[in-house]
Design a protein around this ligand. Structure first.
Ligand code: ADP
Ligand code: MN
Ligand code: MN
Ligand code: MN
Length: 333
């Protein structure tokens, strides 16, 4: 029997790229072919030369359709088979290969906000819920909204082989987080994009959308980030390389901020467990720092650091590339 392959790719939307997908019915036993799409409808090509190419790069079991069906992450190529300008994955591969001997690992905390009827899930119509305080890791029908979607998403990630490592309700009502990793830069990034796709897709079945908007509600409400935990082989063995990595990130702060997601100035204000985007600092246990060294890491004298700056709407191919390059280039002197 033929099976269905959902070809998933990242479009050319600005300032934040979005996910797209379409279904290919593939004859049983046939390998996943290269495919195409109308790039003029995704901000990836002009109308008079609209064809873009989809090259399958990672295929996982489709936990929604089940059976032999698969989800297929694709890179977007031009018709001459070179990476399309919107294809940030190709650039990451180059950097990941260059610094592979450092064995970089990433664990990404993807925060997001559920929306229904134009407002965050659980929020009263035309007003505000009780101020933040009880929602983070909360329990109970008055604190937590959307848990059924979170559970379905986690199950789907596990069934499809994605390395989801946890979930929690976040500080703002209707806001949640899942973590992927630790994994190498390419693998964690591919999995973040696939996990995002699954989140949106499962949301459809519940009439709930998820947004990665870094500051969905202005004012005294937490934004949504994508804390990026990072280590190299050297950092996992001793403490000095962790400090060196934090220092290296500080020297390259501006380039990172520019590429950590649109609207980062809205989120990194210095309030709500952030450091202002105009400054860099790091500290042990400090959730008001740009980069945090977890307390156990300090105690054990080895481990990893947490870059707290990336927005929820960041591109993991870009963020993991920049961190790998900044830290490993510095380590090599
Ligand atoms: P927080 O206390 O900031 O909410 P989380 O538990 O949400 O932390 O996320 C911590 C992340 O750090 C997890 O995704 C985990 O996989 C990742 N992590 C743990 N050890 C390492 C390591 N050595 N290198 C990179 N990431 C790591
Ligand atoms: Mn977390
Ligand atoms: Mn969080
Ligand atoms: Mn964190």
């Amino acid at each position: 029997m033929p099976y269905r392959a959902e070809y998933i790719w990242i479009d050319g939307s600005e300032p934040t790229q979005l996910l797209r997908s379409k279904t290919k019915v593939v004859p049983d036993g046939q390998e996943l072919p290269i495919w195409g799409f109308d790039g003029s409808s995704t901000n990836q090509a002009p109308g008079n030369e609209s064809d873009c190419v989809l090259r399958p790069v990672k295929s996982i079991p489709d936990p929604i359709r089940g059976g032999n069906n698969v989800l297929v992450l694709c890179e977007v190529l031009d018709t001459d088979m070179t990476p399309h300008p919107s294809n940030t994955r190709a650039e990451l591969i180059e950097v990941a290969d260059r610094y592979a001997s450092h064995e970089p690992w990433f664990g990404i905390e993807q925060e997001y906000t559920f929306f229904k009827d134009g407002r965050p899930l659980g929020w009263p119509q035309g007003g505000f819920p009780a101020p933040q305080g009880g929602y983070y890791c909360g329990i109970g029908d008055d604190e937590v909204f959307g848990r059924d979607v979170v559970e379905a998403h986690t199950t789907a990630c596990i069934e499809s082989g994605l390395e989801i490592s946890g979930t929690n309700a976040e500080v703002m009502m209707g806001q949640w987080e899942f973590q992927i990793g630790p994994l190498g830069p390419l693998e964690v990034s591919d999995q973040i994009w696939l996990a995002r796709w699954l989140l949106y897709r499962i949301g459809e079945d519940h009439g709930i959308s998820a947004t990665l908007n870094p500051k969905p509600i202005k004012g005294d409400w937490n934004g949504a980030g994508a804390h990026t935990n990072f280590s190299t082989k050297e950092m996992r063995q001793s403490y000095d390389p962790i400090i060196a990595a934090a220092e290296a990130l500080g020297k390259n702060h501006d380039e990172h901020i520019e590429n950590y997601g649109a609207g980062i100035d809205q989120r990194l204000t210095g309030l709500h467990e952030t450091a202002p985007w105009t400054e860099f600092n790091y500290g042990v246990s400090d959730r008001g720092a740009s980069v945090r060294i977890p307390w156990q890491v300090k105690v054990e004298g080895k481990g990893y650091l947490e870059d707290r700056r990336p927005n929820a709407n960041m591109d993991p191919y870009v963020v993991t590339r920049l961190i790998t390059e900044t830290v490993c280039k510095d380590a090599e002197g």
